[in-house]
Write a protein that binds this ligand. Structure first.
Ligand SMILES: Cc1cc2nc3c(=O)[nH]c(=O)nc-3n(C[C@H](O)[C@H](O)[C@H](O)COP(=O)(O)OP(=O)(O)OC[C@H]3O[C@@H](n4cnc5c(N)ncnc54)[C@H](O)[C@@H]3O)c2cc1C
Length: 408
């Protein structure tokens, strides 16, 4: 039987593993990569440490496409198979926290290096500075870059989403898929910082606190809550819990719906318990101003903002704080609300929500239902995961499934 000749568009996480399994399965593989080198985004993952998967991976941590579709792909190349794959390439995986897996080197470059070495060993042809602009089908596929044509009998589109275009993915995968007849669900930034117009932000820029962030819809329903380190910036809020809830905000803003974030500075105390603690502080330090009283209770730079928000004079003595004022303070400390006006842009977002809709892709093989012999992998598909190794797991799983089926 003649060898399959596969052209892979995109040398990122999904494209590289697709190329490896396809070449191991006997195919002749070419990767076309628009940047000057492959795998640039991998180097930036996990703050340069590469959180390559998560031991708790399941479809519940993913959004966008159909859940059964996602499960089907994840189960074909699950976390154990992923760890085996990378271990065989030389990565010694360690489970750092909450199921997050990293290479023991804590260097994302080692993940890219082992993939690159395997790509070289398998004699996979890599063409960099080769941005694909058009795909045509005659007998075989003709894949066009600015100055060259490439031929193959199978294509894998693994061009990523629109997030962090400096690292390569500029949304051109969506344009290519659309030109083949695919429907693209509007891409929106996910795992991204949130903007707010609150005027006090400039004053507390740089403040980091451990707190519970709740994302609230226009009916005051809590849509998701996440605990962790929140960073106030001059434009809004950032930090792991904010990135985690950002997808919902992005979605709501895209639909022109109101969305806000409530921060609970004392998530492990009920309002009643917090009130008791506050009462004790006020009575045990009666001569201190409320401003002085709050020193050591909350971050110093937040004190004035919270007292002002409660409508209390800074120099009011603790002994003179009335019950209603105490209630107001408790309520602000438990529910510090920020109206969200936007998200940061593509260059700041880690992941793209939206993309090629899953109903147009075979849920077992990842072959396009629009054009035979075209396969899709990675973030170009309308599947995005939470923060924590899920997005790379999707890239590995979908890359392997696409690579295997394209080469069969
Ligand atoms: C800063 C940052 C940190 C992250 N950290 C983590 C983490 O720790 N854990 C985790 O699970 N996920 C993380 N992610 C998300 C994860 O990196 C992505 O979900 C994953 O890389 C997607 O893989 P992909 O192959 O679909 O796309 P990409 O990795 O984006 O690769 C797509 C490739 O296609 C190329 N390309 C695009 N268009 C064309 C074209 N027309 N022609 C030729 N080539 C093209 C691009 O240059 C790129 O190299 C992070 C993302 C960012 C930005």
């Amino acid at each position: 039987m003649a060898k399959n000749k596969i052209v892979i568009i995109g040398g990122g996480a999904s494209g590289l593993v697709a190329a490896i399994v396809a070449a191991r399965n006997g195919a002749k593989v070419t990767i076309l990569e628009r940047k000057d080198r492959i795998g640039k985004k991998i180097l930036a993952t996990g703050n340069g440490r590469c959180n390559l998967t998560n031991m708790h991976c399941s479809s519940k941590y993913f959004h966008g496409g159909d859940k059964d579709f996602i499960t089907n792909i994840l189960e074909q190349f699950d976390v154990n198979k992923t760890l085996e794959f990378f271990s065989e390439l030389g990565i010694y995986p360690i489970n750092v926290d909450s199921g997050k897996v990293y290479p023991n080197s804590l260097q994302a470059s080692s993940v890219l290096d082992v993939l690159r070495l395997e790509v070289d060993r398998l004699k996979i042809n890599i063409e960099c500075n080769a941005e694909v602009t058009k795909i045509e089908r005659s007998n075989n596929f003709v894949v066009y870059t600015k100055d060259k044509k490439y031929y193959g009998n199978k294509i894998i589109i693994a061009a990523g989403g629109k997030s962090s275009p400096d690292l390569g993915s500029n949304g051109s995968g969506f344009t290519l898929a659309k030109s083949l007849g695919h429907t693209i669900k509007k891409p929106i930034p996910s795992l991204v910082q949130l903007k707010s117009g609150a005027d006090f932000l400039k004053q507390i820029k740089g403040v980091k606190i451990n707190a519970l962030a709740k994302i609230i819809d226009e009916n005051n329903e809590i849509m998701r809550k996440e605990y962790g380190e929140i960073l106030f910036t001059d434009y809004g809020i950032s930090g792991p819990p904010i990135l985690q809830i950002s997808r919902i905000a992005s979605d709501y803003l895209n639909d022109n719906k109101r969305v806000s974030v409530d921060i609970d500075f004392f998530h492990d105390l009920s309002e009643k318990e917090l009130d008791q603690i506050l009462l004790k502080r006020l009575t045990s330090m009666p001569n201190k101003t409320i401003q002085e009283n709050f020193i050591g209770f909350i971050n110093k730079r937040l004190i004035n903002i919270i007292i002002k928000e409660a409508g209390i004079a800074m120099n009011k003595k603790s002994a003179d704080i009335k019950k209603e004022e105490r209630n107001k303070l408790v309520s602000i400390l438990k529910k510090f609300s920020l109206i969200i006006t936007g998200t940061n842009q593509w260059n700041q977002s880690q992941v793209t929500a939206g993309g090629i809709i899953t109903s147009e892709i075979d849920e077992v093989t990842l072959e396009s239902k629009k054009v035979k012999d075209v396969y899709l992998a990675g973030e170009v598909i309308d599947v995005d995961g939470d923060c924590g190794g899920y997005n790379l797991q999707w890239a590995w799983s979908s890359g392997v499934v696409a690579g295997m089926n394209a080469s069969n």
